[in-house]
Design a protein around this ligand. Structure first.
Ligand code: UD1
Ligand code: CA
Length: 453
């Protein structure tokens, strides 16, 4: 069965009190609408129609992609009217309606729902609510067959007592949709064209309305304000934490863990508190991540250790390598197997060979550093002359004395040594000591100045 998906995203979201259109507010670092679109994609529909209105241009700019069509709903006259705007683009057997501000809907739930739909049957996703105020109510007859949906504002006290709420998500036979939407009226409490009135029409036309239940309230919660947004964020993180734990990760405290992207993990990984993983992060077996680390777009090979308060972006730690506490690894930082980077070391576009060490207080930028080379405390690669960047290349087993300034471009051969406090401006051949500092003089009998009276 072919599938078209319509995502409603035209609403204003006044209660966000924001210049940003509501559906662009992020959950786990990605816009709510972005989550819904990515879930929709997993169903491999023939088209995804996004109905936009408030902030239409911003939404389109931020999310445009080859597989998305945007339909503008100039005036928000109701959910039925919104879907009607997309009608000319729809041709599939089944049309699934989703919402740009309901980001946690899961693909498995939608698959179950889609399973219900055929030419004679419509699928409706409902949810049992502790407090159904505001929701459309699912009205069933004595046999339990769905009759209609009644919006809260139009409902009698008896209908308001119903706890089964409409999530808004539904799947309908495409052939019938144009007819039903064409017959909607707006004579109701809100003066809107309700998509939910389609249910009563389907029943009148002799179709069966099959229902599926969402796994819980959070899965189908829409964010209307920042309080609900924060609830969605925590629920997302709760789910993300559980997924990782199921795969073999120890999270010291799942409530203090945040995943904002795609994470792949091995087994026996330990993640301490307040760790944020962003973008694409690959974590292999036996990796340990200390507290308060931010790790984005990085790869941690088997047994790597990231100590407390480290910040990694576009970095790779080889097998058994370690960094931190307080390491800053910027894009292009690569640590070979068992390489070590200690506290207050910043790296950018720099490769440390296997077993190489930079223990303390250094800046290593645009550098290639051979295996087992030792970088003394306070070493700086002077890679930038104010206009251009230059590279520092070191062979294996080099020893850089503390507080050396290495003025690039520079080559240091294997086994070279620099004296502490040197400013190195010329290449150093292999196995050679370079000393680039003023020679020490001792002045005997020198008198310290005394204070004038
Ligand atoms: C809707 C359902 C209600 C359900 C509830 C779940 C209808 C008539 N009611 O009510 O049964 O329980 O969702 O949250 O469908 N939108 C547009 N264009 C419009 C109107 C709405 O794009 O003209 C979008 C909104 O941005 C929003 C969504 O559709 O994302 C739902 O609209 P809203 O007006 O919030 O519907 P509810 O009153 O919550
Ligand atoms: Ca709503």
């Amino acid at each position: 069965m072919s599938l078209d998906i319509v995502i409603l995203a035209a609403g204003q979201g006044t209660r966000m009190r924001s210049a940003l259109p509501k559906v662009l507010h992020p959950v786990a670092g990605k816009s709510m609408l972005g989550h819904v679109i990515d879930t929709a994609r997993q169903l491999q529909p023939q088209s995804i129609q996004v109905v936009i209105g408030h902030g239409a241009e911003t939404v389109r700019e931020r999310l445009s992609a080859d597989d998305l069509s945007f339909v503008v709903q100039a005036e928000q006259l109701g959910t039925g009217h919104a879907v009607a705007q997309a009608l000319p683009q729809l041709s599939a057997d089944t049309v699934l309606i989703l919402y740009g501000d309901v980001p946690l809907i899961e693909v498995e739930t939608l698959q179950r729902l889609l399973h219900q739909v055929n030419a004679e049957q419509l699928g409706l996703l409902t949810v049992q609510l502790a407090d159904p105020t505001g929701y459309g109510r699912i009205v069933r007859d004595a046999a339990g067959t769905v009759q209609e949906i009644v919006e809260h504002k139009d409902a009698s006290a008896a209908v308001r007592a119903i706890r089964e709420g409409n999530t808004g998500i539904l799947a309908v036979p495409g052939k019938r949709l144009a007819d039903w939407l064409g017959r909607l009226s707006n004579s109701n409490a809100q003066g809107e064209y309700y998509l939910t009135d389609v249910i009563g029409m389907a029943v009148a036309d002799g179709l069966v309305v099959a229902t599926e239940q969402a796994s819980d309230e959070m899965e189908v919660l829409g964010a209307n304000d920042r309080i609900q947004l924060a609830q969605l964020e925590r629920h997302y993180q709760y789910r993300a934490g559980r997924r990782l734990m199921a795969q073999g990760v120890t999270l010291i405290d799942p409530a203090r863990f945040d995943q904002r992207g795609e994470v792949s993990v091995g087994r026996d990984v330990l993640i301490d508190i307040n760790v944020i993983l962003e973008g694409r992060v690959v974590i292999e077996d036996n990796v340990e991540i200390g507290p308060n680390c931010v790790i984005r777009n990085s790869t941690l090979r088997q047994g790597a250790v990231v100590k407390a308060n480290s910040h990694l972006d576009g970095a790779e730690l080889g097998q058994g390598a370690d960094c931190g506490p307080f390491a800053r690894l910027r894009p292009g930082s690569v640590l070979g197997a068992k390489a070590h980077v200690g506290n207050f070391v910043e790296m950018k576009n720099a490769v440390l060979g296997a077993g190489a060490k930079a223990g303390h207080l250094s800046y290593l930028g645009d550098a290639e550093i051979g295996a087992r080379t030792n970088i003394g405390a306070g070493t700086i690669t002077c890679n930038y002359d104010g206009a251009n960047k230059f590279k520092t290349v070191m062979g294996e087993d080099v020893f850089i004395g503390s507080n050396s300034s290495l003025v690039a471009p520079l080559n240091l051969g294997a086994g070279a040594t620099t004296g502490a406090g040197s400013t190195i401006t010329q290449d150093v051949p292999a196995d050679t000591l370079a000393v680039g500092r003023a020679k020490q003089r001792n002045i005997e009998g020198w008198q310290r100045p005394t204070k004038k009276k």
